[in-house]
Write a protein that binds this ligand. Structure first.
Ligand code: ATP
Ligand code: MG
Length: 213
């Protein structure tokens, strides 16, 4: 529902502002280089993977599950319906499966945060889409996740400067359609994995190697 509302709103805005926006883009000075919320230069390295179908997204989540641990933060970005929850769900279910558990992993769209206790860690799965102000993050108790937890965040931009510097960033995008035709959501996705410090540099290389095998 919210996806449809948002896309109608976006379409409306692009019709209203489309032409003036184009003219403005031609006249406006070049914007400054994009910075992280903490105003630091871009991280490296980054790895791009193709996810041709939903099963591939699941497989990436399952692969990541073999490389995560307590204290990790994974920021999942991408448009509405890009596959953030699918990836988080596959990752969480893989961690639960290690303990022989088979559980539903609902989207935290309305609860904002769902937690899962395992023998090794607490998994925090957050969807911050509905957050109006980064200060509201404090009320969600996400800081506790830093203490021995694994934190998976959808819509991490909503955290502003509260977003932990050390993290893995996974950006999901719809893949382009064939022959220049407009693509549809079923066309598949791509995932860009970016290391923001810690041991993520090595880990994303290992994840990518395992994923493409
Ligand atoms: N690689 C893929 N190719 C095609 N479809 C995919 C792929 N990965 C996930 N999907 C599908 O995309 C749909 C939306 O996924 P999902 O709910 O995970 O998106 P989301 O990014 O969490 O959206 P929201 O921003 O609303 O939380 C699901 O139907 C899922 O099966
Ligand atoms: Mg989601």
């Amino acid at each position: 529902m919210r996806g449809r509302d948002a896309s109608i709103e976006r379409r409306h805005l692009s019709i209203v502002f489309g032409l003036p926006g184009f003219v403005f883009a031609l006249m406006a000075p070049k914007p400054p280089r994009k910075r992280t919320p903490m105003n630091e230069p871009a991280a490296s390295p980054e790895i791009k993977l193709n996810l041709p179908d939903a099963a591939a997204t699941d497989r990436l989540g399952q692969t990541l599950a073999r490389h995560v641990g307590a204290g990790d933060v994974i920021a999942l970005s991408g448009d509405l319906g890009a596959g953030k929850t699918s990836l988080a769900r596959a990752l969480i279910q893989a961690l639960l499966a290690v303990e022989g558990r088979q559980e539903d992993v609902p989207s935290p769209t309305f609860t904002l945060v769902q937690t899962y206790e395992t023998a090794k860690l607490t998994i925090w799965h957050a969807d911050l889409y509905r957050l109006n102000n980064p200060r509201e993050v404090d009320e969600l108790g996400l800081e506790d996740a830093h203490e021995g937890g694994l934190l998976l965040i959808e819509w991490p931009d909503r955290m502003g400067d509260e977003l932990p510097r050390e993290r893995l960033e996974v950006e999901l995008k719809e893949s382009g359609g064939k022959d220049g035709l407009k693509h549809a959501p079923k066309d598949g996705r791509s995932a860009r994995l970016t290391s923001w410090g810690g041991t993520w540099d090595e880990r994303i290389r290992r994840v990518a190697a395992e994923f493409v095998d």
